[in-house]
Write a protein that binds this ligand. Structure first.
Ligand SMILES: C[S@@+](CC[C@H](N)C(=O)[O-])C[C@H]1O[C@@H](n2cnc3c(N)ncnc32)[C@H](O)[C@@H]1O
Length: 285
């Protein structure tokens, strides 16, 4: 591009006061803690919004956030600050546990109904990995009413999860022995594939902020909430884990991320594998 036609670089300076205000409104709305050492990364992520809105600087964007447009801008702001890193069959031990222990036990107990929630699903790699394992398990239980709910705060990422279309190199990074279970087919867009329709039928994608009321009753037999609580502070995390415990069936399992922990003991959940927990049900008491 000619230098004369290039858009001027946005001014990325933010005052400490602006950074504190930004951290406060993001935390209140999403639970995400923007740590001081992440401020450069945050500023970089907001540039996209500065450009999309035709503003010249982050200071202009902050002025907008401090005004009446905040409510309208909030979803875009949250989309910008979320970290959506994910991959197919990430933390593979959970999918091995799901295939070899969790699903066989659940289907033996109730071969008619199964509910799984991927509670911070990002672009869909997690729920479609679950669907791949579930679909194989359902071959022996064709009449089972099995469904996966996939939710995330970020509206753009949920739209991508719904589309279920992935670049070839994203699919190629899936473990070779599990990749065929995704049953991907060419999407019509060069270099992209879509997840097999049989797996997509199992998954419903919805936008949901985990901090807000949940518009469903559950219970869920399995909840995946992985690699999101690391962005929350301890009280937010504790409240969330209690709400997951409320939402789990009495034999249900909660999978959390590799660097997350519930602490040495939780009154209602006991360890049931690597970063996996089951509800201490009425029958265990
Ligand atoms: C790092 S990704 C993890 C994706 C997937 N669970 C995994 O482990 O690969 C974290 C996701 O949490 C979502 N998230 C952050 N805060 C949230 C909130 N308050 N409610 C729902 N989702 C949230 C982000 O949008 C992001 O997609």
């Amino acid at each position: 591009m000619h230098a004369s036609s290039a858009a001027p670089a946005a001014d990325l300076h933010l005052s400490d006061d602006d950074l504190r205000f930004l951290a406060k409104i993001v935390h209140q709305a999403s639970g995400i803690v923007i740590r001081d050492n992440k401020s450069a990364m945050t500023r970089g992520r907001l540039v996209r919004r500065v450009k999309a809105l035709g503003l010249n600087s982050l200071a202009d964007y902050m002025a907008l956030l401090r005004g009446p447009a905040l409510d309208r801008e909030m979803p875009e702001l949250l989309n910008a600050v979320t970290t959506n890193h994910t991959s197919f069959f990430r933390e593979r031990h959970h999918f091995d546990q799901l295939a070899n222990e969790t699903l066989p036990a659940l289907l033996a107990r109730n071969p008619q109904r199964l509910r799984i929630w991927s509670a911070a699903c990002s672009s869909g790699e997690e729920p479609y990995s679950i669907a791949a394992i579930l679909h194989r398990a359902l071959r022996a239980h064709p009449s089972c009413d099995a469904r996966i709910l996939a939710t995330d705060l970020d509206t753009e990422i949920v739209a991508r999860a719904s589309a279920a279309e992935y670049a070839d190199d994203v699919i190629a990074r899936a473990p070779p022995d599990l990749k065929p279970l995704l049953g991907t087919v060419p999407s019509g867009r060069a270099g992209h594939q879509v997840i097999n329709p049989a797996l997509r039928k199992l998954v419903t994608c919805r936008q949901l902020n985990l901090l807000e009321p949940w518009p469903f009753q559950g219970p869920f037999d399995v909840i995946f909430c992985r690699n999101v609580m690391i962005y929350f502070d301890p009280p937010t995390k504790r409240t969330l884990v209690d709400r997951f415990a409320d939402m789990l069936a009495s034999h249900g399992t909660l999978f959390i991320g590799h660097s997350e922990s519930l602490g040495p003991s939780h009154a209602r959940l006991r360890i049931a594998g690597r970063t996996a927990y089951t509800l201490i049900g009425r029958h265990d008491a």
